[in-house]
Design a protein around this ligand. Structure first.
Ligand code: DX5
Ligand code: ZN
Length: 220
């Protein structure tokens, strides 16, 4: 398995001081997880292209954009223009994501798929080869600060087995309720990328919180 990647979720940052929040952790993390919500696929709104573009000017971090939206493909070009690096789309809105993967490549974006807790691994199985990243949700998407759903762990195991046995490149990322405790279970199940919002940005010392997460998943 790859060394663990830590991806703070911007959703938990102080929106009045986004550039400072990101600058503080930039040298200690691997991606920035950017939750784009449309108030339709999920019952919440977050931020979109103008915020991403403003932040792009302040950091070199890789922007892992998690699209909790009903029409993700229509956002690929504007997200790329705003500075996104990777887009992940929910399989629940794109039962056959082959065309979406092509459109992401055409836009110059890395591509990934997301599975909700209720969606079985089989839904993405034929498409994992198209993915740079496979995101297994460990909460029902829409809000930060929820409790980790341990029932998602067998799906992480299935994904890890599939990726390894087929020699695929996809990182396996978990998102929702990740703490130094739950990250250990996800790491054992085979995750190599860990999104954490509350556990990093709401910690008294976000840099120490990142170090604590890395130590928990076995990397110093
Ligand atoms: C939830 C989002 C998550 C969220 C994670 O819908 O996809 O990325 O920000 O937040 P925590 O780490 O607080 O569960
Ligand atoms: Zn997310």
């Amino acid at each position: 398995m790859e060394p663990a990647k830590i991806a703070p979720s911007l959703l938990a940052a102080d929106f009045a001081h986004l550039a400072d929040e990101v600058a503080r952790i930039e040298d200690h993390v691997d991606f920035l997880h950017v939750d784009v919500m449309d108030g339709h696929y999920v019952p919440n709104l977050s931020f979109g292209m103008p915020v991403i573009e403003s932040l792009r000017a302040t950091t070199k971090l890789y922007f892992d954009c998690h699209l909790m939206v009903t029409n993700p493909v229509s956002l690929f070009e504007p997200l790329k223009a705003a500075g996104a690096d990777l887009v992940t789309c929910h399989i629940e809105v794109l039962p056959d994501p082959t065309e979406a993967a092509r459109r992401a490549a055409d836009a110059g974006l890395d591509f990934g798929l997301v599975l909700n807790p209720a969606t079985p691994f089989e839904a993405v199985e034929p498409f994992v080869e198209l993915c740079d990243l496979l995101l297994v949700m460990t909460v029902v998407p829409g809000f930060g600060g929820q409790g980790f759903i341990a029932e998602a762990l067998p799906k992480v195991e299935a994904a890890r087995k599939w990726v390894d046995s087929h020699g695929l490149r996809a990182d396996i990322e978990v998102d929702g309720g990740i703490t130094p405790v739950t990250a250990v279970a996800a790491r054992h199940a085979g995750a190599d990328a860990f999104v954490a919002g509350t556990a990093i940005f709401r910690a008294p010392d976000p840099v120490a919180a990142v170090a604590e997460l890395r130590a928990a998943v076995g990397d110093e």
